[in-house]
Design a protein around this ligand. Structure first.
Ligand SMILES: *Cc1c(COP(=O)(O)O)cnc(C)c1O
Length: 462
């Protein structure tokens, strides 16, 4: 299996190379050259299997020769062993045909654990085989960073540096990043917003001297292996509602477009998905774009769903690549225009996007109201991100087709917002009840590339 860059000017790579590289050297993102297909019989055969077995069957064709069956299976089983629910991704019913896919039973209580725990195992296995070490650098609006630190803490072959926007993540998110004591994990509080964090990470990848000197590797949602790991729960949930014989739709609380893009890959593999609905908060660049208003950056306005406070959605580039007929030059040009503030999507590409994705936007007040309404009608206490998804999903649900909304985080990850909206304080699961008592370790850092690079050079294990 070969991987190509969305900007068409970087070398083709194998799965392990694409995983260790993250961002392509032409600034693009890696995507598979072809999408493996699952037949109706293949999909039917997933029914009733344990999550790990579904994961193996869905992902195996993308991995090619990079891992043996045995190594890949070992990575999968270790990745999900620490989850707090035997089903890994259980499905709950909200009303007659609206379902909630709970993706928050991993160690940091958000769906990012599904990909990050696996990628930790894959990195460890591959780097040990090669006898190499890498420095992982990531930007986070809160959940990616905690998931990455949790997945890589204590591993020998890896140093991890996570940039998060100072003062703009929840206390639980911050503590999940700052309390692990292992010397190979480093939390950096940047004076800026999430887009600044993400931009500095991109800058580091584009500084080839630095990139090579520290062996930079990325695990942000641009990393193809992360997208791949997220394809699995689209299959497991759809099959449990009757796929391949019955179509289903999905609604996804969206920020960087990684999770919903995994749903698109599932659809391209043959899973009968009717609608893929992008749900956004007030930072609605994707909703505006998908409704024909072009892709133009605004200011990021902090919200009670901080993991969706994004104005430049990295993985959207992958969707554009396909919408523009896999024309890497066209994508490179759009990304140049984005640096100046934005671009218009061509008529043909917009039509291609609208055939796959629909969208909806939920305001802050509507989000709070939704948390209360759904608690009353279904008994489910939703985190703000999941509430946005459920609200948009309900608006777009059709009577004949089940709607599955992805619950991306546990309500206890955002206790203040949830309590204000519902009157109910969501307790942490018992296995992390001492989080507020553990000592924190964090470095405050300026929004300055040179300062960040200096710090990383000094602080990593040599
Ligand atoms: C990361 C995250 C999202 C957004 O997911 P993307 O893949 O970036 O679109 C939504 N909700 C929560 C809780 C998250 O952590």
């Amino acid at each position: 299996m070969r991987y190509v860059s969305t900007r068409g000017a970087a070398p083709e790579l194998s799965f392990d190379e694409a995983m260790l590289t993250g961002l392509a050297r032409d600034g693009g993102l890696y995507v598979p050259a072809e999408i493996p297909q699952m037949s109706a019989a293949d999909i039917k055969a997933l029914a009733g299997l344990p999550y790990e077995e579904v994961a193996f069957r869905v992902m195996r064709p993308f991995v090619g020769e990079a891992f043996s069956d045995e190594d890949f299976w070992g990575c999968i089983t270790r990745a999900y062993a620490g989850f707090g629910h035997a089903a890994r991704a259980p499905l709950k019913q909200l009303n007659e045909n609206h379902f909630l896919l709970e993706l928050f039973h991993g160690p940091t209580l958000a769906f990012k654990d599904f990909a990050m725990q696996l990628i930790g195992q894959l990195f460890e296995t591959e780097l040990t085989r090669r006898g190499e070490k890498v420095t992982i650098v990531g930007a986070t609006s809160g959940d990616t960073g905690s998931a990455a630190i949790e997945a890589f803490r204590g591993l020998d072959a890896v140093d991890v540096f996570i940039l998060f926007p100072h003062g703009r993540v929840s206390e639980v998110q911050r503590r999940q990043m700052t309390t692990p004591s292992e010397a190979n994990v480093h939390a950096l509080a940047l004076d800026g917003d999430f887009d600044d964090c993400q931009a500095r990470v991109k800058d580091m990848f584009n500084d080839f001297a630095f990139r090579d000197a520290v062996g930079l590797a990325g695990v942000n949602s641009i990393n193809w292996a992360r997208v791949l790991a997220q394809v699995v729960y689209y299959f497991s949930s759809a099959v449990s509602l009757g796929a391949p014989h019955r179509e289903v739709s999905f609604t996804v609380p969206t920020g960087n477009f990684g999770d919903i893009f995994a749903g698109y890959i599932a659809k391209r593999m043959g899973l009968p998905i009717d609608k893929l609905v992008v749900a956004t908060n007030q930072n609605d660049i994707l909703h505006r774009c998908l409704t024909g208003q072009g892709y133009h950056k605004g200011d990021t306005i902090p919200s009670i769903s901080p993991s969706m406070d994004i104005q430049v959605s990295s993985n959207f580039e992958r969707a554009l690549f396909d919408a523009y007929g896999r024309d890497g030059k066209a994508v490179a040009q759009l990304m140049d225009e984005l640096k100046q503030g934005g671009f218009e999507v061509s008529q043909g590409a917009l039509q291609a996007l609208q055939e796959i994705y629909s969208s909806g936007r939920v305001s802050e007040d509507e989000t709070k109201a939704a948390i209360g309404v759904w608690l009353k009608s279904s008994g489910e206490l939703l985190c703000p991100h999941s509430a946005i998804g459920v609200q948009v999903g309900e608006d777009q649900r059709e009577a004949a087709i089940p709607m599955i909304t992805l619950a991306t985080a546990h309500p206890a990850k955002f206790p203040a917002a949830v309590e204000e909206a519902s009157g109910v304080h969501p307790p942490l699961p018992p296995r992390m009840a001492d989080l507020y008592d553990r000592p924190e370790r964090v470095t405050r850092i300026a929004n300055d590339l040179a300062a960040i690079e200096d710090h990383i050079r000094d602080a990593r294990a040599k």
